[in-house]
Design a protein around this ligand. Sequence first.
Ligand SMILES: CC(C)(COP(=O)(O)OP(=O)(O)OC[C@H]1O[C@@H](n2cnc3c(N)ncnc32)[C@H](O)[C@@H]1OP(=O)(O)O)[C@@H](O)C(=O)NCCC(=O)NCCS
Length: 168
Amino acid sequence: MILIERATLQHVEGISDVCSRGYRATYGESHPKSYIERIIEEFYHPDRISSEITDGGDGWDGWHVALEDGTVLGAIGGGMTGAYRGEVFVLYLDPDRRGEGIGTLLLEALTRIQREKGATEQWVSVARGNQKGIPFYEARGFVFQHEQESYSNGEDEPFVSNRYCRGI
Ligand SMILES: CC(C)(COP(=O)(O)OP(=O)(O)OC[C@H]1O[C@@H](n2cnc3c(N)ncnc32)[C@H](O)[C@@H]1OP(=O)(O)O)[C@@H](O)C(=O)NCCC(=O)NCCS
C-alpha cells in the first residue's frame, strides 16, 4: 500500500535519493553531467532538505512523500507564489516506479493544501523537451503558457523551461 504523508526528518535520505536519481534519469541525456551533479548537490543535498522540512517558511508548503513500507518512492514540494497562485517546485519518483499513479497521488496532496490556502491556479516549470514530465502534466490538465530561460551558471547556454498552468 502506498501512503502519502507530510515528510519528517526520517524521510530526508529517501527524498534526497529519489530526487537525485530522478533528476539524473530525467536529464541525463539532455544536460551536461557537470550541470546535473551541481544541481543535485545544491538542491537535493540532505542538509538542505532537512532545513526545508524543519524551517518551512512563507511560500513553502513543505515536502510530501509517497511511502511503501516506510521507503520513499517519490517526493513533491511546492508553495504559494501569489494570493491565488500555487506552484509545484519539485516532483520526482524512483525512476523504476513511474506510471503507477504515484505522481498523481503526490500532486493531489499538494493541490489540496494549495486550494485550502486559496489557490485557484497552479503553475509548474518543466524543461523544454522533458518527455518524462510534460505528458504527465498535460494528462492532469496543465496547459502550456510560455517559455522562460531557466537556471544556469551563466557560462553555459541557458536552458529553456516551459511554464504550464491549470485551474484548481
Ligand atoms: C512526472 C512523474 C512525477 C509522473 O508520475 P507518475 O506516477 O509516473 O505518473 P502517473 O502514473 O500518476 O500518470 C498520470 C497520467 O500521466 C500520464 N503520463 C505520465 N507520464 C507519461 C509519459 N511519459 N507519457 C505519456 N503519458 C504519461 C499517464 O498516462 C497518466 O494518465 P491517465 O491518468 O490519464 O491515464 C514521474 O513520471 C517522474 O518522476 N518523471 C520524471 C521526473 C520529472 O520529469 N519530473 C517533473 C519535473 S518538473
